[in-house]
Structures are given as C-alpha cells and as structure tokens.
Design a protein around this ligand. Sequence first.
Ligand code: NAP
Ligand code: GLV
Length: 311
Amino acid sequence: MRCAVISRKFDLRAYYGKALAQIADRIESVDHPVTDGAEAVRIALAWHPHADAFERYPNLKAVCTIGAGADNVLACPSLPSDVHVVRVVDPGQAQMMAGFVTWHVIWHQRKFATFMQHQRDRIWQRLEQRPASTVPVAILGYGKIGERVATHLTGLGFPVKAWSRTPKPMAPDVQGFHGRDGLFAMLAETEVLVNLLPLTPETRGLLNRDVFAAMKPGGYLIQTGRGEQMVEADFLSALESGQLSGASLDVFAVEPLPTDHVFWHHPKIVMTPHDACDVSFAAVADTLVATAAAIEAGQRPPHAVDRSRGY
Ligand code: NAP
Ligand code: GLV
C-alpha cells in the first residue's frame, strides 16, 4: 500500500528511514509532495503536516502519527473529515515517560536545584529531606501514559491521584478523579502536578491561574502534555508569587522555543526540548502495517482516535 510521508517540521525520512525500509514489502513510502501516483496514496505518515498537504491525496483513508498525541494532524485544515487518524500506542514510550516524570518529581522532592546551586557556590550543607509519602502527586490524564507514570510513582511511595474525563478503574493506590469538580478536589491535595493530557478544545488553556491557585502553596509543575495547555502569563505569576516553587517544562506553545523567551533564563524552570520520551521505530512501523491491513480489510484501524472528542 502506498504511503505519503509528510512533515513541515521534521525530516521523517531521515529519522524513520530504517523502519520504513523494513516494511517496504508491505508499505511503499513516498515523500510528500507525491507528484507521480498521488491517487494511489491510501495512507500517510504525518507529523505537523503542511496546511494543504492532504488536498493532494483523493483516496486517502488513514493518517498515522509518529507519537501518542494526534493534535497536530487533527488540526490540519486539509484533513478530510472521513479519514482515520491513528496514533502510536507504545508501552516503551510510556515507560520512558515514567522515568522522565519520576526524575523530575524526585528533583523537586530531594531539592536538587538547591544542591546544584550549592555546588556552584562550594557550599557544603545538608538539607532537610522529606519522604516520598509526604509529597502528593497528581496526574492530569490517566491514559496509556498517565497510568504507567502513576504506577511508577506509587511504587516509590508517592501518594498519587489521577484525573480523567470519564470515571475509570484505577490501579491499586491511585486515587481517581474526573470532571471539573473532581479536578479542584484533587488540586487541593496536590503538591506536584504532572500534565499528561491530549490537546483538545477542553484542555487548551487548562493550566491557568485557577488551577495553580488551587494547588498546595509551593507546588511544582511538570508540563509534559502540550504547550498550548498552559497560560504562560498565569504560570509566570504563580512562580513569581511562590504559589509554584518551580517547574519542569518539556513542551511549549511555540516550538522550538524562541531564543529570547523568558523561560530560558528563569531560575525556577528546568527545560527540555520536547524530548521527554520517544516512540520506538518498531512501534511506528507496526502502526503503519496494522493500519494498512485494517484499511485493506475495510475496518477501523487499531488506535484510531475518536475525532469527535479530539483524542
Ligand atoms: P490517552 O491514552 O488518549 O489518554 C488521555 C487521557 O487524558 C485519558 O485519561 C483521558 O480521559 C484524559 N482526558 C482527555 N481529555 C480530558 C479532559 N477534558 N478532562 C480530563 N481528562 C481528559 O493518551 P496518552 O497516550 O496517555 O498520551 C497523553 C498525552 O501526553 C498526549 O496526547 C500528548 O499530549 C502527551 N505526550 C507528550 C509527550 C512528550 O514527549 N512530551 C510524549 C507522549 C505524549 P478518559 O480516560 O476519560 O478518556
Ligand atoms: C509526543 O509528544 C507524542 O505525542 O508522542
């Protein structure tokens, strides 16, 4: 089956070339814009597609992303309404995110920012340490990744709460919340807030002054969802007032983050360039193969997102 490879931001061919070569007997991948045989294209591999990208492919049936979040494909104006959008579900990615979030929770709990400053200043000073059981963590989003993160943290003794859109069964030791009331009930008992929500109309701007104000004073934010979910001015005010003692940011409303942005120099912010975790090449290849098989069988591909709810 012919697959168009589309991105205005990344060289997907350079990154996934090996994976695409391994499945070349089943998937013929051709770089966008496909000039010869565009009507034969039935699936696409896309990440931040060009606004008009999909106009070229009249027989497109499904678009596969290279990540867990499908927001950038769903936002593409030329995406036909009847095309499936398929995200990658990769347990290895969830595991990697769990390690990343855990590192940042412990960075806050064990006061490593202070130790690093003390090292720079050659200060030998032990700091009072708090056990994990006294640092309540809340996770926004209890999906494939949030659930894995929650399990890692409970294993280390952190009290963990998680918020979802709908009520859900929770892993042992994870306290579940849902809906608007559930969010604020959870925040009242939250010191570390981890964002692992998909970007949808409901979650855009969700990390705002009301949310920060509802957390325990001196709280910490780990922002690993999408940049557009945070109101930057509210976040900076919360850092300024001390309502937030610090934050780890992996995602930003504009990526790459402009070099003159205040976040680069802020003493209370730790930053990474949208690199909290990656899906494996094998997971991307498996997603393409499973999607092609489903399309050939006239079925809905596995991990196709619900386009009406946006994830
Ligand atoms: P998922 O399996 O689809 O889970 C999404 C979770 O968010 C579900 O629990 C869902 O609730 C909840 N949710 C959605 N809308 C909500 C709302 N309005 N209110 C409350 N909860 C809501 O997604 P995933 O695989 O865990 O990935 C989550 C997100 O993490 C991705 O979309 C992406 O934004 C982000 N991510 C970032 C990186 C990075 O490198 N920084 C890497 C991977 C993923 P229900 O359970 O009720 O449906
Ligand atoms: C990365 O941001 C992903 O959605 O996988």
